[in-house]
Design a protein around this ligand. Structure first.
Ligand SMILES: Cc1cc2nc3c(=O)[nH]c(=O)nc-3n(C[C@H](O)[C@H](O)[C@H](O)COP(=O)(O)O)c2cc1C
Length: 341
């Protein structure tokens, strides 16, 4: 948290700027008619925005989650919390999550990491169905987000290195709970998503490259710990992954709801994501500073994202999000060659 707020951890290239929406000089719609509301995973949102999972498990996180939940309820957008492992396995600061349950957030995501659903060391406890149920109840969640963060694990000196069996375990959990799978800044390819869809996963959050880089976050932590090899890996893999817009374009044809995240920093980025076919757009790094400052700042930031989205909708002649999905766009820059891979 401190690293993300205090250091430079963004990816070096802004892939969303490569998605250019075509201006419509005669919009033939009134701005006040523009309606960004959607239904996502069966829940009505006033705007197609998700605050993706960030925090919980320590005392200061309660204030951040409280600010986010209160503002998300007020503005009418979805939110997730950070990994709940510490709360469900060790009982650490459950209040830093449960504060979310008190607010009428229209769609809430519980959060568990894929490395924690398989044994890492011989005597480790894993997160099983009982812990998942507890994680969901703690915040009154509608969905479980299982995050994939193997890039981060490889830069952490104490990182979890086992990944075999995760796919089957995700499949088992997806038979019992409504599961969304998300990345954490390195994107999801169509082949990985297909395997997950076959096993019952119901939605994806791409969290691609171009926003918060967890190789960068862990690089600073490795430097502080004197872990030279991991620091080097963090630097080398700083920009590793699939660009967020590319991941969206790969996953939309699979037919499940896709949340576009990773580097979404404005309402224009949200509009770009929807034009590519995403069901909604998500941001973490884009609201963290406001959330760590106060409720008013968080509400203002979310309301500004919605306003910018509406401006983009107006200037493309889109009255609804469905109209925006048909808006013409051009793909330029470093994103373009990815389309031919
Ligand atoms: C401070 C911070 C903590 C995060 N913790 C989690 C987490 O516990 N679980 C998770 O699924 N994603 C976590 N993420 C990843 C975000 O949900 C998101 O996928 C990623 O940051 C990319 O989005 P962004 O570029 O908008 O930040 C975290 C992000 C930040 C900035």
């Amino acid at each position: 948290m401190k690293v993300v707020l205090g250091r430079e951890v963004e990816g070096r290239y802004r892939y969303w700027d490569d998605i250019q929406l075509v201006h419509r000089a005669l919009p033939e719609v009134d701005f006040e008619e523009v309606d960004p509301s959607i239904t996502l995973l069966g829940h009505r949102l006033r705007a197609p925005i998700v605050i993706t999972g960030m925090t919980g498990g320590f005392p200061d996180a309660a204030k951040i989650n409280e600010n986010l939940a209160r503002a998300a309820a007020e503005v009418g957008v979805a939110m997730g919390v950070g990994s709940e492992r510490a709360a469900v396995l060790k009982g650490q600061y459950p209040k830093s999550y449960s504060c979310v349950a008190r607010h009428a957030v229209p769609l809430k995501f519980a959060n568990i990491g894929a490395p924690q659903i398989i044994p890492q060391k011989a005597r480790d406890r894993v997160v099983g169905a009982d812990e998942v149920r507890a994680a969901m109840e703690l915040i009154g969640a509608d969905f479980l987000a299982i995050h994939l963060n193997f890039l981060q694990e490889m830069v952490q000196p104490e990182g979890d290195r086992r990944a075999k069996g995760c796919l089957e375990r995700i499949g088992e959990l997806a038979q019992r709970f409504p599961v969304l799978v998300k990345e954490t800044g390195a994107g999801i390819s169509s082949s990985v998503a297909e395997g997950l869809r076959e096993r019952g996963v119901r939605a994806f959050d791409v969290s691609g490259t171009g926003g918060t880089s967890f190789a960068a976050v862990e690089y600073y932590r490795a430097v502080d710990q004197g872990a030279q090899r991991e620091a080097r890996v963090g630097k080398t893999f700083w920009d590793w992954g699939i660009p967020s817009p590319v991941s969206v374009l790969e996953l939309v044809p699979l037919g499940l709801p896709v949340i576009a995240s990773g580097g979404v920093r404005s309402g224009l980025d949200v509009a770009r994501a929807l034009a590519l076919g995403a069901s909604a757009a998500g941001t973490a790094g884009g609201v963290l500073r406001a959330a760590s400052t106060g409720y008013e700042e968080t509400r203002t930031e979310l309301a500004t994202l919605v306003h910018e989205l509406k401006v983009a909708m107006f200037l493309t002649g889109s009255r609804t999000v469905e109209d925006l999905r048909k808006a013409p766009y051009v793909i330029t820059g470093e994103t373009r060659p990815w389309l031919h891979r």
